[in-house]
Ligand binder design. Structure first.
Ligand code: SF4
Ligand code: SF4
Length: 362
């Protein structure tokens, strides 16, 4: 498994185009593809400078590279931003993707318009069958549930609309959820090439409530899983910090199995979400105190604009409407999946640590 990593100064269109071209010109199946899907991270309607979504210049550079190397192919851009898919137009405009697509005459697709297809236990958009190749354009971010969200996790966006909520309900344990996201990657891996936008990354309370951090990292690989392992290591974390890497570790695959081309130096230690801070306790003690070690969401009524995106995203109906309008979280029902936190665009949901979590979580 080979991975290419590099450091760039900024979102320089020309430099990024060369990065994409150098990688893509070696990929025979890409060069023969007649239809190509660009799959960025479009989690929510937020501007590029917040580093929640794949940067539009990164996407533009990819489009130009594709057009120069494979001028006859049809190019599409698509993602499914969870419960936010109903506001897809606003997401596309705010993130700058709409302008990038129009500029290069690229068609935008809405996955929810295509019949969902069921493979084993997974529902993904059938649009994946219409393309020969997927260019996975992931954003480097921390993640409250999975530690990091990189290339494998980005393909969770192939699950249309609120079907993602069902996965959170079925797999409330973050490691199990991550393993199942990995299975989604396996469905499309033979036609997927992965790229990582870590130029302006997202640290702290990711994937949407943290802060942008300039890292200058870019990466590319035929193997999304290998690129994820390498980047987790480059950031100074143990490989298992990124939960989607767990499947590989269980298979006995680790960093020694990856050939790395390029070098990344002097990356500052990035801040992690409070929910991922490790609790070091003996098992008997952990079990006894489990219910007191929690990180629960809380709605800030002054900032809430009553868009009800959180209400629609909760997999276990732990968010109740009071008098049909005000929202309240039932903390006993809450499984700490942080879907509500992730989807809120008004920064109106805060995470509250229990006292014991504050005392013992490092
Ligand atoms: S908490 Fe956020 S997502 Fe929920 S209704 Fe209020 S603004 Fe919308
Ligand atoms: S309230 Fe929020 S964190 Fe709790 S289960 Fe519902 S969506 Fe998940």
């Amino acid at each position: 498994m080979k991975v290419i990593i590099d450091q760039v100064r900024d979102y320089n269109l020309e430099e990024l185009k060369e990065f994409f071209k150098n990688f893509l010109k070696e990929c025979e199946f890409f060069l023969k593809s007649k239809s190509i899907l660009l799959k960025p991270n479009l989690l929510q309607a937020s501007p590029p400078e917040k580093a929640i979504t794949t940067h539009p210049v990164f996407i533009e550079a990819c489009i130009i590279a594709v057009k120069e190397l494979n001028p006859e192919c049809s190019i599409y851009i698509g993602d499914s931003p969870g419960a936010n898919f109903i506001n897809y137009e606003i997401v596309l405009k705010t993130t700058g993707i709409m302008d990038a697509a129009k500029k290069y005459n690229v068609e935008i697709v809405k996955f929810e318009k295509y019949a969902p297809k069921k493979i084993n236990d997974f529902i993904i958009t059938s649009f994946v069958d219409k393309v020969d190749c997927i260019l996975n354009l992931a954003k480097l971010k921390t993640h409250s549930l999975t530690g990091l969200t990189l290339c494998v996790k980005n393909l969770f966006g192939l699950v249309p609309g609120t079907n993602k909520v069902g996965y959170h309900k079925k797999y409330p344990d973050s490691s199990k959820l991550a393993e199942n996201i990995y299975q989604i990657y396996e469905i499309v891996k033979d036609k997927t090439l992965s790229f990582l936008d870590g130029i302006l990354a997202h640290e702290g309370e990711g994937p949407s409530r943290g802060k942008p951090v300039k890292l200058g990292i870019v990466g590319a690989s035929v193997h999304a899983e290998a690129l994820d392992m390498v980047i987790t290591n480059v950031l100074g974390f143990p490989v298992d910090f990124c939960k989607t890497n767990l499947v590989l570790l269980r298979k006995g695959i680790n960093l020694q199995d990856v050939e790395i081309e390029g070098k990344i130096d002097n990356i500052p230690k990035i801040r992690v979400p409070i929910s991922t801070k490790v609790v070091f306790l003996p098992n008997w003690f952990k079990r006894w105190f489990a219910e007191h070690i929690s990180v629960k969401p809380e709605i800030d009524k002054n900032s809430c604009i009553k868009c009800f995106l959180c209400y629609k995203s909760c997999p276990v109906n732990a968010i109740n409407k009071i008098d049909g309008f005000f929202l309240e979280i039932d903390k006993d029902k809450c499984i700490e999946c942080f879907c509500c936190y992730e989807v809120c665009e008004s920064d109106a949901i805060n995470l509250k640590r229990s006292l014991l979590h504050k005392v013992i979580a490092k």
